[in-house]
Unconditional design. Structure first.
Ligand code: ZN
Length: 156
């Protein structure tokens, strides 16, 4: 079964990278109590990813929560790699970084919002069916992809 994640509200940045890696990743509402977050993880069949020690003390956390260190994304990715057979690059940029929706090829109408040089390059341009954001391989993409490749290299 596909590994799915729920990041606690403090791990929004990591959640973006998990989505960039193609993982189905929800982000907990910062207003939710620990108990509600654990319930969401159970109902949606997700691993709860957290840096909050308190949450582990809940009974419902057993077999459902992975603790990450505070701080650096690289250190967090390394710990994830110890728990899961992470594939950071195999499905990279197949989900919206903002809302987790699977991307589709860009619609004809939305092509107007894509810079001309990108359109002419013939590269794949994707669009989020939920928020309509458009994705192509710009500098932001390359920076994130560089990091995903590095993490993937460390998985070996
Ligand atoms: Zn979106």
């Amino acid at each position: 079964m596909e590994t799915k994640f729920l990041c606690d509200a403090m791990l929004a940045r990591l959640a973006r990278y998990l989505r960039a890696g193609g993982y189905d990743t929800a982000l907990a509402d910062s207003a939710s109590a620990d108990r509600e977050v654990l319930r969401q993880a159970a109902v949606e069949g997700r691993w709860l990813i957290t840096a909050d020690r308190k949450i582990i003390e809940h009974k419902a956390a057993r077999g459902r929560v992975v603790m990450l260190p505070h701080g650096s994304l690289d250190a967090q990715a390394e710990v994830l790699g110890k728990h899961f057979a992470m594939d950071w690059t195999g499905r990279a940029f197949s989900r919206c970084l903002l809302d987790n929706a699977p991307l589709s090829p860009v619609s004809e109408q939305a092509m107007d919002r894509v810079p001309l040089d990108v359109r002419q390059s013939g590269e794949a341009v994707m669009q989020c069916p939920s928020c309509q954001r458009i994705y192509w391989q710009g500098s932001h993409y390359r920076r994130m992809m560089g990091r995903l490749r590095r993490w993937q290299g460390a998985e070996k």
